[in-house]
Design a binder for this molecule. Structure first.
Ligand code: G3H
Ligand code: 13P
Ligand code: ZN
Length: 324
């Protein structure tokens, strides 16, 4: 059993309390490799933002669970020793789907886990989430639950259509499970194709009416927004210009996320934008410098662009800059 505190990590409890009170959201960025992790830490250290490093079960399969956990430990050491930064860092399991997976992550040093029981019936979701909370809290690890289903792909759980969170369920769910935060569905979805729009049409606004209703029922309780990439047109165009084929990719407008961050939404999940920016930059190098074959020469620019995007999001969208 590795105690996350010995790795220099923190859980989400204090971070969320300050974020809800301060009208901003903590960024939760997914990583699968060294360049993504370096960009996240550098971007958050530069903008002085607390950060949640997210690992999905797909990331564990891709990069190896032991490797990822030591990478996170290395990232903390890099922040403290090389960047002289004391930003709070959380290591979080994204979309955990079983009790056993959550236990395995907690044992290896994660400070926070998500148990995503949203594909189960309400009662089964309650039972599973409660079981994870009881185990996690013994080790002061915080737990995120989910109510409502986002459309798109939630790791191995495919949801064709979105079922908004039912405000009438949240109070009972939070009380029965003891979760520390709750992911809700108010119109976001995973991936790069969040809305089907006619030419010139703007994305529909998020369902702030549902969010407000939820906030009234569980005042001050930390709310999480998944599927919060903005899919910047600039990077979609760059991808396509250099041979990509991302037709009609569209995300959540930044002003919608800013508005959410000012409410009880205190964790905003972003993965797709990081993938998009890195791919756009790599494609650019491949086309403009076809003789280049040193991975550092294309992964380096991709990493720099991701770092800049992260600092931008923290400063202009989530409001987490200078809150570390
Ligand atoms: O919500 C899902 C995250 O974007 C992780 O995606 O399962 O492809 O690692 P992944
Ligand atoms: P995006 O696909 O919008 O980046 O969402 C990521 C996410 O919710 C990870 O849990
Ligand atoms: Zn998600």
């Amino acid at each position: 059993m590795t105690d996350y505190k010995t790795l220099g990590l923190v859980n989400t409890r204090e971070l969320f309390k300050k974020a809800v009170g301060g009208g901003y959201a903590i960024p939760a960025y997914n990583f699968n490799n060294m360049e993504q992790l370096q960009a996240i830490i550098n971007g958050c250290a530069e903008s002085k933002s607390p950060v949640i490093l997210q690992v999905s079960s797909g990331a564990r399969k891709y990069a190896n669970q032991t490797m990822l956990r030591y990478m996170a430990q290395g990232a903390v050491a890099m922040a403290r020793q090389d960047l002289k930064s004391d930003i709070p860092i959380v290591l979080h399991l994204d979309h955990g789907d079983t009790y056993e997976l959550c236990v395995s992550c907690i044992e290896s040093g994660f400070s926070s886990v998500m148990i995503d029981g949203s594909s189960h019936t309400y009662d089964d979701n309650v039972a599973l989430t409660k079981k994870v909370v009881e185990y996690a809290h013994k080790y002061d690890v915080t737990v995120e639950g989910e109510l409502g289903v986002l459309s798109g792909i939630e790791d191995d759980v495919k949801a064709e259509k979105s079922n908004y969170t039912k405000p009438g369920e949240v109070e009972d769910f939070v009380k029965k499970t003891g979760v520390d935060s709750l992911a809700i569905s108010i119109g976001t979805s995973h991936g790069a194709y969040k809305f089907k729009l006619a030419p010139g049409e703007l994305p529909p606004p998020l369902r702030f009416d549902i969010l407000e209703d939820i906030e009234k029922r569980i005042p001050g309780f930390p709310i999480v927004l998944h599927g919060s990439s903005s899919v910047p047109a600039e990077f979609v165009e760059m991808c396509n210009k250099y041979g990509g084929k991302l037709d009609n990719a569209v995300g959540v407008p930044e002003d919608q996320l800013r508005k959410a961050a000012k409410s009880a939404v205190c964790k905003i999940n972003i993965d797709t934008d990081g993938r998009l920016v890195m791919t756009a930059k790599i494609r650019q190098v491949f086309v403009e410098k076809p003789s280049e074959f040193d991975p550092r020469k294309y992964l380096g620019p991709a990493r720099d662009a991701l770092k800049d995007l992260i600092a931008h999001k923290n400063r202009e969208v989530l409001g987490s800059a200078d809150k570390a």
